[in-house]
Design a protein around this ligand. Structure first.
Ligand SMILES: [Cu+2]
Length: 296
């Protein structure tokens, strides 16, 4: 004797499928309508990207959320649907305890494999875009992460016969500016004289470890002017939280004027880029030392 009534089974299956499809459509519609780059909700909490590479990273981020939501709806429908439609209805009628369902077994074997392939291929594609290096960038900045601030060198940026380097170096109380021209490809070459730091700007949707003895580098192509916050992303010691900097993306004229201004100040000029941590002994603020005991 069959344990389930044949008529009811057909109706149930249809109803179940209909609710699953409906739930999927609702979530997909919500996901797609909220998916505008204009709002933070649409960007799923990611900052508005101001580089070409950042836009690709945002697209990957949004696409992954949509795929994850669709997967979530299918999974929730299977869990809740199974619990509801195959629940025990009376003491006389015990539901079937084991039964093969070949289509579903094939589905949950094949579908995750397809998901992994899709996620993986898009991730690799965007990673390759984010790490692509133009052999001839418009600007090269030699970035030094040192305990516990940043030094930004602009080698060969000023027109002098010997290719003078200009630089700025921050301290715990003096947050440095990183000034970049808009619509330009910028290469960041990363140096650390001491421990591992991590150079990142949320608005670029990009960051990279700054590892002693290792030549890490990446490029961004700026698309918008503005002021953006940057910081160290690797817990690197006592004053890690002070490793902040400001990024100013400006017009080419403003950028040239800024470099000329630095070049006129002997405190910001050196023959060679300062990458070896000559400024790593930057004295930490006295008041920081005084409050150190309280912080710990
Ligand atoms: Cu650091």
């Amino acid at each position: 004797m069959g344990l389930r009534h044949p008529d009811r089974t057909g109706g149930q299956a249809r109803r179940w499928r209909r609710s699953a499809v409906l739930a999927g459509v609702v979530v997909l519609a919500l996901g797609l309508t909220g998916c505008s780059d204009e709002t933070e909700a649409g960007r799923v909490a990611m900052p508005e990207p101001v580089t070409e590479q950042g836009q690709h990273i945002l697209d990957l981020w949004q696409g992954s959320w949509i795929a994850a939501l669709i997967t979530g709806v299918v999974t929730w429908a299977l869990i809740l649907g199974a619990a509801f439609f195959f629940r025990r209805r009376s003491d006389d009628e015990v539901p079937v305890q084991t039964r093969y369902n070949l289509p579903i077994e094939i589905f949950y074997t094949i579908f995750p494999i397809i998901m992994v392939i899709v996620f993986f291929s898009h991730t690799v594609r965007v990673q390759n875009i984010a790490l692509e290096m133009d052999p001839d960038p418009d600007v090269t900045v030699k970035v030094v992460g040192q305990k516990w601030q940043w030094t930004f060198n602009y080698p060969d940026s000023v027109d002098t016969p010997d290719g003078t380097n200009v630089f700025v170096s921050g301290t715990g109380e003096d947050i440095p500016e990183l000034v970049l021209p808009v619509d330009s490809t910028i290469e960041f070459q990363l140096y650390s004289p001491d421990v591992i730091h991590d150079f990142g700007v949320p608005a670029f949707a990009m960051r990279m470890d700054v590892v002693p003895g290792r030549d890490n580098a990446f490029q961004v192509t700026t698309t918008e002017t503005g002021e953006f916050a940057g910081k160290c992303y690797e817990l690197c010691g006592t004053y890690h939280s002070r490793m902040l900097f400001e990024v100013h993306v400006v017009t080419q004229e403003e950028y040239d004027a800024y470099l000329a201004e630095l070049a006129a100040d002997p405190d910001h000029v050196s023959e060679e880029p300062i990458v070896g941590g000559a400024y790593s002994e930057t004295p930490v603020l006295e008041d920081l030392n005084e409050t150190e005991g309280e912080q710990e």
